[in-house]
Design a protein around this ligand. Sequence first.
Ligand SMILES: C[S@@+](CC[C@H](N)C(=O)[O-])C[C@H]1O[C@@H](n2cnc3c(N)ncnc32)[C@H](O)[C@@H]1O
Length: 293
Amino acid sequence: MIQLIKIMLPKEISKVIVPPIKCQGIKTKLVPFIAKSVLWDGNGTWVEPFLGSGVVAFNIQPKKAILADKNEHIINFYKKIQTGEINSSMVREFLKENGEKLYKEGGDFYYKVREDFNQRQDSLSFLFLNRSCFNGVIRFNKKGKFNVPFCKKPDRFRSAYITKITNQVKVLENIIKDKDWKFVTADWRETIGSARKGDLIYVDPPYIGRHTGYIDVWAQQEAEDLTSALKRSSAGFALSMWIENKYRKNQYVIDYWDDYERKTLNHFYHVGSQESLRNSMEEGLIMKSGCFA
Ligand SMILES: C[S@@+](CC[C@H](N)C(=O)[O-])C[C@H]1O[C@@H](n2cnc3c(N)ncnc32)[C@H](O)[C@@H]1O
């Protein structure tokens, strides 16, 4: 009898699930490309050491996963959705109440919430700041204080926007509930170190070789250590990396990954508000042999 073998990846994704948290380098546009490029049976653990917004895992939806990031605020937010400590109704209420105050008091209120968040580190305030700060970036100063300025739109939390965020949380509640997922605050070394044969590590580090404004400055040494850890691991891996833009090629890829196979995708990003100012970027997925779809 022929037995059908179920595989997790490759997978066709026609509608991307968008997470409630935004971050620099979010892979919303690249999720379909990632999902159809990787080969993995899904029997082991999906290991994601640089979770960011979580958009990749939330779309792949592995049964078992370790979803880690050094940013404890992201991890705590998702952990609380998992335990039910935060739910979509609470999100709606919180954004409605605080959105009205933002409308009345403007920037002063945003900075009040930011100050309060830096004292108490409340997850709902983190969401509020993430969705009303400048460009949806996550950035902390050397003392670990969130320091992104206001987006300068006091009417940010209009009812359609609140509904959109609330729905994003609701969708996530449903995805998380039947999964064996562990959200962990950890440095990537620990996360990659825990991966075993049969697991798939999806790696999306802060942009190497550029100023990033992430929690830590991503140093050259760190990039080299990451390369060695991946090459040493007995697990499979897929590494997201920009390959080249209009101005230059990524030297890190040339130096460390030239002998590895990769799939690439060209996409455009806008510079400023004008449609005509578009730059092309080649994005790549560098994979361990055996992980190619
Ligand atoms: C490019 S972002 C990941 C984006 C994510 N794939 C997405 O689509 O939203 C990189 C992430 O790495 C995290 N990070 C930076 N340094 C780290 C470290 N040493 N260990 C673990 N995570 C780290 C940042 O907090 C950030 O969330």
